[in-house]
Design a protein around this ligand. Structure first.
Ligand code: C2E
Ligand code: CA
Ligand code: CA
Length: 568
């Protein structure tokens, strides 16, 4: 063996034992040498790479177009004599695609210019990077773009629309009452529902539109390059429709609806933040208008939203010192046969620092949305218990105060659990309190609701259905949940005349309730005629302006005394 042969084989052994892929190319990017590792990556031997003087170009093995382009660019750069380093995708028949990082440098040999490449496998690093990117930009549950990617894409779409002088629309879609599904059926079912909702949503939009999950049960769609609003209306309708179709989750069928808020660039807003804010406001307006609908943003919404924000802030301040901020009025319910008073309903008022007295119709819905109703409701309950303790001594040993309980309070798992304890602390029998709940609560009563109603019942507290007749509840629910009293809604009482339809309805409700051993209170009794007709129909109690408006506790003494005198 000559010296040169010896060094040659030594060199060969050296490069074949390297941990990197090593190759040598001629100036046409064709193979001269590929070490063992590089051959294994290409899935082809060096002999075959350079067979019969036909040398294959490395570009045959470079993965996608982008990598090809990059390779050529860097090769040209190396041609200038400077070393270059870059990443590209290697794809050979029969082997897995792999990411490699190549260092390429030119050497001048006797045989001419050659290019030595040293390549390292970075597939794992690339996969990790892409996984991290995936996690940072896509929603894990639904596979849709997440909020982060969505904001990015919306920004890009705005720029595109700006250049093309086109409009784009942003839709924010919120599932109605999804929280209840989660609470009732558990998070697993909630997750399955969200996945299914995402699929349905994706099917409603065009290929190029962006669908994202903003968080929770809130989704967004960006519809770019809008030339006509017609297709937007169609898409909105489609979305409402597909989300209203029943969801089959394991052995359960769940019905939902959705609310959509829509805003336009550039007509309504010109930035990502403003578009999102406005679409949110429009979505909120859709909910306010009864859900299962879409709503376009309008500047009036902005005003309403600001008013609501002020209300929320003021309410937050109020619940810190509820004794100063709130007070209760009490309206009597009269026993229609004897005229005796041993029932009253507690009705809350808010003493607002600048606006004066605010009625519950205005602030209770906001308190419910923000769950501040939990604290307010607690305060009402405790206040009413203290009052009834006094009135049992003063007016009637069986005096009962009824309090309005929001569905939010009952559905909330941990709230109101200690009410029974509080009752016992005050050494009050359960009958001193009646809870006024609404029909809707029974209709979709979950485990929490049923358990709480049972606990109240076991503690002797009574339960009344408020505004009876306006919802969907059936008499079978009344029986199932041990309801003690129904309160016929004002709307039936106000139209009460002899032989009227309302008269027939009142008579029917009273007869059916009595058959089930349920007492009846008629609300909103304003005239002696209404009272007399109710008495004729066998109604147990009457409540309304005819007897008394709701009055502060301090005025009860004089009212009660006058009332008793009038009976004699
Ligand atoms: P509601 O429970 O149906 O209460 C009856 C409402 O009708 C009261 O309005 C009462 O003032 C009014 N009213 C009583 N008699 C008559 C009458 O003869 N004619 C007419 N036109 N109205 C009469 P208010 O006090 O403004 O309360 C409104 C609603 O706010 C209540 O309706 C109840 O749903 C809610 N609310 C009141 N207090 C509370 C509370 O402490 N907690 C909760 N969650 N809701 C409350
Ligand atoms: Ca009530
Ligand atoms: Ca009512």
């Amino acid at each position: 063996m000559t010296d040169s042969e010896f060094y040659r084989s030594l060199l060969r052994a050296y490069i074949d034992s390297a941990n990197d892929g090593i190759f040598v190319l001629c100036d046409e990017m064709k193979f001269h040498v590929a070490n063992d590792l590089f051959q294994s990556w290409l899935g082809i031997s060096e002999d075959r790479l350079t067979e019969h003087g036909f040398r294959r170009p490395i570009t045959d093995y470079i993965g996608n177009e982008k990598s090809q382009q990059r390779f050529v660019e860097h090769f040209n750069f190396a041609l200038t004599g400077q070393p270059s380093r870059f990443e590209c995708l290697l794809r050979a028949p029969g082997t897995d695609a792999r990411w490699i990082e190549i260092g390429l440098s030119k050497v001048n040999l006797e045989a001419g210019e050659m290019f030595i490449g040293v390549a390292r496998d970075i597939t794992e690093k690339k996969e990790n990077e892409s996984l991290i990117w995936q996690q940072a930009n896509y929603d894990f549950l639904t596979g849709l773009a997440n909020r982060h990617l969505f904001l990015d894409r919306l920004e890009q779409e705005i720029k595109k629309a700006h250049h093309a002088r086109l409009s784009l629309a942003l839709m924010v879609i919120d599932l109605d009452r999804f929280k209840e599904v989660n609470d009732t059926f558990g998070h697993d079912m909630g997750d399955s529902l969200l996945k299914e909702a995402a699929l349905r949503l994706d099917r409603c939009v065009r290929e190029a539109d962006i669908v994202a999950r903003l968080g929770g049960d809130e989704f967004a769609v960006v519809l770019g390059s809008l030339s006509e609003t017609e297709c937007l209306e169609q898409i909105s309708q489609d979305i409402l429709q597909v989300l209203a179709e029943p969801f089959h989750l394991r052995d359960q069928v769940v019905h939902l609806s959705s609310s959509i808020g829509i805003t336009f660039y550039p007509q309504d807003a010109s930035s990502v933040e403003d578009m999102l804010k406005e679409a949110d406001q429009a979505m909120y307006a859709a909910k306010q208008q009864g859900r299962n609908r879409y709503c376009y943003y309008s500047p009036a919404m902005q005003e309403a939203m600001q008013q609501r924000m002020r209300l929320v802030n003021d309410l937050r301040a109020a619940i810190i010192t509820p004794d100063d901020a709130f007070f209760l009025l009490y309206q009597p319910a009269i026993d229609l046969t004897s005229g005796v008073i041993h029932k009253a309903e507690a009705l809350i008022r808010w003493r607002h620092p600048t606006r004066g007295i605010v009625n519950p119709a205005e602030f209770i819905p906001v308190a419910e949305d923000t769950e501040m109703i939990l604290q307010i409701g607690d305060w009402v309950f405790r206040q009413a218990l203290r009052q009834v303790t006094r009135w049992r001594l003063l007016y009637h040993p069986e005096f009962q105060i009824s309090v309005n309980i929001s569905p939010v309070q009952i559905r909330h798992a941990s709230h109101s659990c200690d009410w029974v304890d509080y009752l016992q602390q005050l050494d009050l029998p359960g009958q001193s309190i009646m809870m006024e709940i609404t029909e809707g609560l029974l209709l979709d009563a979950n485990h929490t609701v049923a358990a709480k109603l049972l606990a109240f019942h076991e503690a002797g507290m009574q339960v009344a259905i408020d505004d009876f007749g306006t919802g969907y509840s059936s008499f079978s629910y009344l029986k199932k949940f041990n309801i003690d009293t129904i309160k016929i809604d004002q709307s039936f009482v106000s139209g009460l005349t002899a032989n009227s339809g309302d008269m027939a309805l009142c008579e029917a409700m009273i007869a059916m309730a009595h058959k089930l051993g349920i007492k009846v209170i008629a609300e909103g009794v304003e005239t002696p005629m209404q009272r007399d007709l109710l008495i004729a129909a066998g109604c147990d109690y009457g409540q309304g302006y005819l007897f008394s408006k709701p009055i502060p506790a301090e005025q009860w003494d004089s009212y009660f005394t006058a009332h008793c005198e009038s009976l004699q």
